[in-house]
Ligand binder design. Sequence first.
Ligand SMILES: [Mg+2]
Length: 263
Amino acid sequence: MNREGGYRRLWVFDFDGTLSSIVPDRNAARLHPASRALLKDLAKDPRNRVAVLSSRALDDLCSRLTIPGLFLGGVSGLEWRLPAGHRISPGEAAERKLEEVRESALPGLARLSAFPGVDLEDKRWSVAVHFRRVLPEALSMLRPLILDLKSRGGIRIFEGPAVADVQFFPSANKSFGVRRLCRVLKLDPAAGQIFYAGDDENDAMAMRWVISKKGTAVVVGDRIRVRGARYVDGPPDLARVVREMAGSAAPGGGATERRTKAG
Ligand SMILES: [Mg+2]
C-alpha cells in the first residue's frame, strides 16, 4: 500500500536492555509494558515504519514481539520479517561463506562449550558465549579462548558484560542491519528520518551511522558513549522521550533537539 502525504519516519529499537529490562536469564526477557504501548502507538500511525533490530535469532525475537505492523530484524539485521509476514534472508553466497567460517571456528567453539559455567547459544550466523555463570576468578582464562576465535578470518566479536557475541558474518552488525532495512523500505537515509535506540557497542555502530545521516539516536543506560546521542535511563524513560519526538511536527523539529554528553 502506498501511503503518500506527510513524511515517513523510521523508528528502530534494539530489544534487550532497550525495550526490555536486562534480566539474569535471557530467556525471561520480556517487552516492558511502556515499550509495548509505545510500539503499538507508533505502528498505528501510517507515516511511521517501526522496527526492532536484535542480535537474537529472528524466531526468538518474533516470539517476544506479537504486536502487528512491526519490521523485525534478527542476527543484527541479516534476516528480516516484514509486517505482512514475508521474510528476507541473506542469500546463497552468504550461506556458503557462513558454512566455511563456521567450519573453521568449530574447534574453538568446542573448547568454549567445555568451559565451566559457559553457555553457548548458537544462532547460526553467530554464537553468543554467555559467561554470567563463570566464576570471576576463571574469567581471565576464558578471555584468551574467546580472543583465539577472533584470530581466524571472517570472525568478529562484540564483547558485553555477560556475553560475547561471536559473529561469523562480520559485516552483519546493526549498522549493516539498518542500511539493509532502508533499502528494503526504499527510504533515503540522508533525509534525516531515522531514529535509533540501543544500549550496546553493536547498537553504537548503527547510531553513529544514523547520526551521520542527520538522524536521531538515543542511548539507553550508560554502557556506551555515542557523540551526538541523547541518553535515557531505561525503557519507560525511552518511551517518554520517543513520544515527545513522535509528537513533533517534522523530523529535526524541536523535540528532536539533542542533548549531548561528552565522551
Ligand atoms: Mg541491547
